[in-house]
Design a binder for this molecule. Sequence first.
Ligand SMILES: [Fe+2]
Ligand SMILES: [Fe+2]
Length: 342
Amino acid sequence: MAQMHTETWHPIPSSIDTIYQRDYEVYAPDMRRLYENAKRDQWNVSRDIDWSAPVDPARGVFNDGLIDAYGSPYWERLDAKQRHELNIEFSAWRLSQLLHGEAGAMIACSQLVQMVPAIDSKFFMTTQVVDEARHAEVLARYMKKKLGNKIYPMTTNLKALFDQLIGSGKWYIKTIGLQLIAETLAVSLFRMLAESSQDPLLCTVSRRILSDESRHMGFSVLSLPEQIEQLSEAERREVEDFTKEALRLVLSGQFPRAAYEAVGFFNQAELDGIQRYRLEVAKGTEQAMFRQLFRRDMHQQVVANMSKVGLLNDRIKSHLSDLGFNPNADGRGYNQSAAAAG
Ligand SMILES: [Fe+2]
Ligand SMILES: [Fe+2]
């Protein structure tokens, strides 16, 4: 199956100040530890994933419970073969979004290598560039093997988020958007995929990706607090507005209508029905268990990380409440000592 892209790239204008640092002293031992861990824990998509394992074509990819229509009358009326087809299409749509996110992360991190002032941070960021390239590589390769290489275009929300953070001239805006917000969501998603996917190869791929992610969140927790403390009132406002917008973009997940259209089982009115059903489920009435766990997991992590970097003031708390969070929940968040030791 050929890729269905009409558009596979677009330019993003940006102007960034590159800092050519020539002081090589260790000023941030925690950051150096993260760098050491990154070098130690590299893995290779070609060598460390068993691509020769046969893929069971009868098996779906994501857990059926993740499909928006699951549990609704629309789902009930499908036979086993149709459910399987919808599962494959839906999984391709979601994984496409994750794949585009990994590619965007790689680009943003390459800018961060240039922009972050300290050599400790520059060294670490070079490893995240490689990590994100590997994540894009592994997902693209998985989709080729399992999903007929069907890659959907990125959603308008994801594009808006990456356009903003790649276009920004401030490193801490990129780090808040990427390492603090987008990656918190990605960690919760990959954790859910690792634990629940119907295809064991996707469980393995997700676990591998997750093994890199605590370092990436670690970067934001180590680098942001001092910077955020030093911001002027106007800069802080800008950061808060960006944070609010990034959270909104990340959390208002988009309905994979194109995937439902591709299988051709539903007319437009039924698609609207599925979309409505999805919103009701999102409000938490009769949601599959692990979707609730996912939300709670991600919400706690977002709140905890915001608090760790010094962003959780009343203004951000009220944004979080508007988005359906409980900003006073005590979350686990990123555990700095665990990641440094791990
Ligand atoms: Fe990644
Ligand atoms: Fe990452």
